[in-house]
Design a protein around this ligand. Sequence first.
Ligand code: NAP
Length: 328
Amino acid sequence: MTEKRAGRGGATLLASNQPNDQMELPMSSTPKTFDLNSNTAIPAVGFGTYLISNDDAEMAINAAIMAGYRHIDTASGYQNEETVGAGIRKGLQSAGISRADLFVTAKLWPGNPAWGDAPKTGTQTIEECEASLARLGLDYVDLYLIHAPYGGDMRLEQWRALLKLQAGGKARAIGVSNFNQSHLEEIKSAGLPMPDANQIELHPWSQKPDLLANMAKHDIAPIAYSSLVPLSTWRVEEGQDSAKTDDMKADGTAFKGLAQEYGVSEAQLLLRWGVKNGYAVLPKSLNPDRMRQNLDLFSFVIDDADMAQIATMDRGKGVAWASGDPSK
Ligand code: NAP
C-alpha cells in the first residue's frame, strides 16, 4: 500500500451529503450510504445496467450481488427489466439476503415530443411504474426517477404522479434524472415537495458545479452516472453510442499517473473522486474482476491537493447521451 493509498488526510466530504459511515476503514466491507430522505439511504456504490443485454443481465446482476453490490440501477428505457428482475431474484438467493437488503432504482421513460414520443400523463406514469414493478418482479422500488426532463407540459404531472407512488408505498424515495436548475425551479415554483435525488452525468470532465450548488440548496442528493467516461475502455463495443469527442478519446490515459500514485486503477480513482464528493456512483461492468475492483474504493483517499487539481479539469457538458446532455 503506498503512502497515498494509506493516507486519510483531506477526507472531508460535502457537508450536504456526507456518507453515513464516516470512518474510512481500509478495505472495509461495510457498505457506505448517503441519505435520500428520512427513511431511505442509497449505497455509495451501485451497479449500472444500461447496455447490458437480455442475454447477459441475469448472470451479470447475480454476479454483481455476489460481488457485494447492494444497489441495482435500471430503467424501462434499458429494455432489460425482466432479465434484471431475474438476476435480482437469483442474486438474493445466491447471496442469502432478502429484498430489504437490496436497493433498486427504476426510471420512468417520460416520452419526448421532439422524438415523436408523446409525454406520459400522470395516469400513464402510475401505470408505467406498475408495469416496471411487474417486469422486475418487485412490490416496490427504493428509488423511482423521471429519466429525463423531456415531459414538457406533462413534467409537473409526472412529478405529481411520483409523489402519489411514494405515498402509496411503490417507491421509498423519488427523484429525477438529467434535470437542470430550471426544471428543479419549476417544481419549487409549483409548491411541490422537491425530489430526493437527481441522477446526472458527473465525472472530472463534466462537473456541473452550478447545478450541484442548486441541488445542495434544496437538499437533493446527487447520483453520478457514467463516472468512467474518461477511460479508454468506456463503451467501446460496437453500437455503444455516445457524444464522447475525439479529443476525449485521445486522452484515454488521463488519470493513469494519479491512479498509479495511489496504487489503484483509473476506474477506482474516478469512482473514488465521485464518492469523495458525496455522489453515489453506478459503475457498469460485465467483467467480474472489474465488478469487484469498482466496489473496492475505501482503501485509499484522494488528498485535497489532487482533488483541487481534478477540479480544474472540467470540460462542461456530459457526453453519455449521443443526442447531447439532457440537463444542458
Ligand atoms: P460506466 O459505468 O461509466 O462505464 C462502463 C464502461 O466502462 C463499460 O464499457 C465497461 O466495460 C467499462 N469499465 C467498467 N469498469 C471498468 C474498469 N474497472 N476498468 C476498465 N473499464 C471498465 O458507464 P455507463 O453505463 O455510462 O454508466 C453507469 C450506469 O449509470 C448505467 O449502466 C446506468 O445504470 C446509469 N446511467 C444513467 C443515465 C441516465 O440518463 N440516468 C445515463 C447513463 C447511464 P466492461 O463492461 O467491459 O467492464
